[in-house]
Design a binder for this molecule. Structure first.
Ligand code: SF4
Length: 294
């Protein structure tokens, strides 16, 4: 994959990103790779030489890595930034853990991410899977944990928004670091998940699957009921009839907001060569918002 520098960012950034030491070690799959869409992994492998990624798209990854390096300084965890290996039905899998405290028994994964991912008190499904897979790998290496948690460093957190949200009762995180407890799966469930993901990735090498809506981080289109003087909608409906009836009662208007595939639109390096995404994009003929008067 070629690294580009469209905005002429400082050369030091470009070189630091180009020298990313990440490796899944001597394994066929990493946990991260298994959780990612099988279609994305196969397309990445097939088109590696023609794909491009710009420094701009990698800056937050660099920020995430820097946080991990700095957190190692804390030196309070008994195990940090260590890669472990297991075999599942003859397939070698690796997983790197961020921090396991052998005294408190907490397995932690650090995320440098956006407030949006921490708007609720529930960890994202891929994070739950990731932590449970890490735990299974630890267990098969003679270690264990009593609790799993994600700790988010919220890179776009704003004090002003936290204060206004507190007044308005919005679920905006109160602080710029937030922990989420991750539910523990049974070992049977985790192993079944490993096997299902391995099977999906192996099958994808023979026949390219489509990414699911969940894998595309898809948001369905909505019909938002708007009132003059308000920035946010009163309610989002999934069909125009309900929205128009609601708007008529409130004396408002209906705004159409098209659906999006967030991962494809902004976070998938193979979007350019992905026929599924190109076809999805071709359906989008409407503007992002469109007033529909009740
Ligand atoms: S662009 Fe979208 S549909 Fe295509 S592989 Fe990436 S996530 Fe899947």
């Amino acid at each position: 994959m070629k690294l580009t520098n469209r905005n002429n960012y400082p050369d030091a950034l470009m070189r630091a990103i180009a020298r990313d030491p990440y490796s899944k070690g001597d394994s066929q799959f990493s946990i991260t790779g298994l959780i990612a869409p099988a279609r994305k992994r196969v397309l990445e492998k097939k088109h590696w030489d023609e794909l491009e990624e710009d420094v701009e798209e990698c800056v937050y990854r660099l920020l995430g890595q820097s946080a991990h390096v700095i957190l190692e300084r804390a030196n309070i965890e008994d195990l940090a930034e260590k890669r472990f290996f297991i075999e599942v039905d003859g397939i070698k899998i690796s997983g790197q853990i961020d921090a396991l405290s052998l005294t408190s028994g907490i397995l932690t994964d650090w995320k440098v991410t956006t407030v949006y991912k921490f708007k609720t008190d529930e960890a994202a499904p891929e994070w739950i899977a990731q932590l449970n897979m890490q735990l299974e790998i630890l267990r098969q290496n003679g270690l264990d944990a009593d609790r799993l948690q994600i700790v988010g460093i919220l890179r776009d957190w704003s004090r002003a928004q936290a204060m206004s949200s507190a007044n308005a009762g919005f679920p905006y995180p109160a602080h710029n670091v937030k922990s989420l407890s991750v539910p523990m799966w049974s070992r049977e469930k985790t192993m079944a998940f490993f096997r299902a993901r391995i099977a999906a990735h192996l099958a994808a090498e023979k026949e390219l699957p489509l990414c699911t809506a969940e894998e595309r981080w898809a948001k369905a289109p909505v019909y938002a009921v708007m009132k003059p003087g308000r920035k946010s909608s009163l309610k989002n409906h999934d069909n125009p009839a309900d929205a128009q009836a609601h708007a008529a009662r409130e004396g408002g208007t209906v705004q159409y907001r098209r659906g999006v595939n967030t991962r494809c639109d902004a976070y998938c390096p193979v979007a350019k060569v992905c026929a599924q995404y190109q076809e999805l994009k071709s359906y989008v003929v409407q503007p992002v918002t469109e007033e529909v008067h009740a």
